[in-house]
Design a protein around this ligand. Structure first.
Ligand SMILES: *Cc1c(COP(=O)(O)O)cnc(C)c1O
Length: 361
């Protein structure tokens, strides 16, 4: 065989990775991109200026490694989260995906299992199996909610080392009541991760699992700056947990994993949080209007506490997705068969989505 003929299958790759497909939300350059749940509003010129200034300052020290423990950033994140947290109870990495991977590396691995309730975030099983942990898919109700008794029973049956709860859930938008999380915590023999990537978009009065931390040392709450914070390009995710959990993560993290520039950018974003989170209300309103409009078209729409909406049902969802793409609108073919997910964009982008939908329907 010549090097030109070599394919992935010819490499001595791990057996458990053979035949797998990588994460692959299409990145297509079209006018209206509503497929990866980003915040559609770019940073203001003031924020960009502040960021450039901090990057300039940091650039003068790039011969040195960054602060390995990201202490200042973690203190800022703790301050943002509130709930009496401090830097010893907060950890950060390159996106919450890296945070999740570190959790799996420390608490999962070969011979161990992780359980999540599907449909949910596609990266949970991908990161699970990528760390040689076995994935167990639990079920949701028809309306995508979780029945607390059934969820606890699934945990008792499988006794997973890690349980994933996602609230609000992606791709369905479903938020979990605290009682459900508490029931799962009581049943779980190992760690419970509540992925709160979309927490800021939840309706007023939706409690965060952060409030359960003081009484549950095996609880980990993950967050990200990629969604409400409008900083997806920065790659900054974080978590809150007992200090002992963070000690466990230090055993698996790569030294200096968060670059000087990432730490600086994230701290600038936190300083500008009033501006950045100022778009959340508008996005919530646009979300609620989108749900109403889609229902008005006779479609089935899942209740959403996030910045996206899952709707259906289309026996040929691929054709609907393609029809929208032909009209310059990219949404996501994800979730159960017959459903599609649209991220909430600006008012103009949602008008373009509605017009394209009318064309397709
Ligand atoms: C988008 C998303 C993330 C965020 O990933 P980052 O690596 O922080 O960009 C995490 N969890 C869920 C459920 C998500 O939808």
């Amino acid at each position: 065989m010549t090097p030109d003929e070599l394919t992935l299958a010819d490499l001595p790759i791990r057996d458990d990775l053979r035949g797998r497909t990588p994460y692959g939300a299409p990145q297509i350059d079209v006018p209206v991109r509503l497929n990866t749940n980003e915040n559609p509003y770019p940073p203001s010129p003031e924020l960009v200026g502040d960021l450039a200034e901090e990057v300039r300052r940091g650039a003068g020290e790039l011969n040195r490694y960054p602060d390995r423990d990201a202490s200042a950033l973690r203190a800022d994140l703790a301050d943002y989260l509130g709930h009496g947290l401090d830097a010893s109870r907060v950890w950060a990495a390159n996106g919450s995906n890296e945070v999740l991977q570190q959790i799996l590396q420390a608490f999962g691995g070969y011979g161990r299992t992780a359980l999540g309730f599907e449909p949910s975030y596609s990266m949970h099983p991908i990161i699970t199996t990528g760390t040689s942990t076995e994935w167990i898919g639990g079920a949701r109700e028809d309306d995508f909610s979780l029945d607390p008794a059934k969820a606890a029973a699934a945990v008792e049956e499988h006794r997973p080392d890690i349980v994933f709860l996602t609230s609000p859930n992606n791709p369905t938008g479903t938020a979990l009541p605290l009682e459900t999380i508490a029931r799962v915590l009581e049943a779980a023999p190992g760690m419970v991760v509540v992925d709160e990537a979309y927490a800021e978009f939840a309706r007023e009065g939706t409690p965060s699992a952060l409030s359960l931390l003081p009484s549950h040392p095996r609880l980990i709450v993950t967050r990200t700056m990629s969604k409400a914070f409008a900083m997806a390009g920065t790659r900054l995710g974080y978590l809150a947990a007992h200090p002992a959990v963070i000690e466990a993560l230090l055993l698996v993290r790569l030294p200096y994993h968060l670059s000087t520039l990432t730490q600086a950018a994230a701290r600038v974003a936190l300083r500008h949080r009033v501006e950045l989170l100022g778009t959340v209300d508008a996005l919530r309103r646009e979300r609620d209007a989108t749900v109403e409009w889609l229902r008005g078209q006779g479609l089935t729409v899942a209740d959403s506490d996030a910045n996206f909406v899952l709707f259906g049902r289309f026996p040929e969802r691929r054709a609907v997705w393609e029809g929208l793409l032909e009209r310059g609108v990219l949404i996501r073919e994800v979730g159960p068969p017959e459903w599609l997910r649209v991220s909430i964009g600006t008012g103009e982008e949602m008008a373009a989505f509605r017009a394209a939908m009318e064309g397709v329907l």
